[in-house]
Design a protein around this ligand. Structure first.
Ligand code: A2P
Length: 261
């Protein structure tokens, strides 16, 4: 994987830090299966793993990282504060770090707007813990642009990332541009589950490029510079989902996938 230009694989966040465009999602991966999936992903070149306190697998992610021998500095690991832990930010991050066996996470997100509100007081705590070096970057997940603006108005600080459900079927140019104009990186979850992988237009594009429909969907994220974190615990599909740096979609392909259901 290393022969490719870094800009193909990474995006620059507002701070100047880089974030890999492809990560392994781990929701619903549990026990030894989670350790094996993350280990396999690290072996085939993933350098970005997405977990969350809610997923109950931070310990397994940490174990896989330790067993892999990949230097911590080469990895980008995200975890998330459950909305029900609002008010217990420090304790929750310390628990995440202990489970992962890390001194810092690369990105820490508020998993959902707590109780449906933006909660600038919670955001303040994330910023404080970032200041102490426990999280390199901080951000949000499942926030609207309006809620992001509320955080900025209250604290003067924007999230580095908003992790939202995203795929060709969910494409919304205004949402994408709204994040871009604010300098907030969009990270898309459930890139595959939200798609009909048998949609004729998608299958046609995949056949033309000699790749699978899932690879086209993931490459579409890259073409839009949106971070994608497909989940899989199956080694063939983990590899398949990483093999998206060897082909490119044309602007016409991208346009015809935007909004495809
Ligand atoms: P599995 O773990 O058996 O591979 P998403 O990340 O969009 O939520 O999608 C996750 C689902 O998509 C999982 O059920 C996963 O199953 C499946 N999946 C992951 N990669 C692929 C792929 N390349 N082709 C088809 N299905 C996939």
């Amino acid at each position: 994987m290393s022969e490719h230009r870094s800009s193909d694989r990474n995006v620059e966040l507002a701070s100047g830090a880089t974030m890999p465009l492809l990560g392994l999602g781990t929701w619903q991966a549990r026990g030894r299966g989670a350790v094996d999936a993350v280990r396999y992903a690290l072996e085939v070149g993933y350098r970005h793993i997405d977990t969350a306190t809610m997923y109950g697998n931070e310990r397994q992610v940490g174990q896989a990282v330790a067993e892999s021998g990949v230097p911590r500095a080469e990895l980008f690991v995200t975890t998330k504060l459950p909305q029900s832990h609002a008010g217990r930010e420090r304790e929750t991050l310390e628990e995440s770090l202990a489970a992962l066996g890390f001194e810092h996470v690369d990105l820490w997100l508020i998993h959902w707007p707590p109780g449906g509100s933006s909660r600038p007081d919670v955001w303040e705590q994330l910023l404080e813990l970032q200041g102490e070096g426990l999280a390199r970057e901080v951000g949000v997940s499942n926030y609207s642009l309006r809620q992001i603006d509320e955080l900025e108005r209250a604290t003067g600080r924007l999230p580095a990332v908003n992790q939202i459900e995203w795929s060709p079927a969910l494409f919304d140019r205004d949402v994408l541009e709204g994040h871009r104009s604010r300098g907030v990186q969009v990270e898309g979850y459930s890139p595959l589950r939200t798609m009909n992988l048998r949609a004729p237009r998608l299958v046609q594009i995949a056949e033309r490029h000699g790749v699978t429909p899932a690879q086209v969907v993931l490459r579409w994220h890259l073409e839009h510079r949106v971070v994608a974190i497909p989940k899989s615990t199956n080694s063939e599909r983990i590899s398949e989902n990483a093999a998206i740096f060897e082909f490119q979609l044309t602007p016409h392909d991208v346009g015809s996938l935007d909004g495809l259901r």
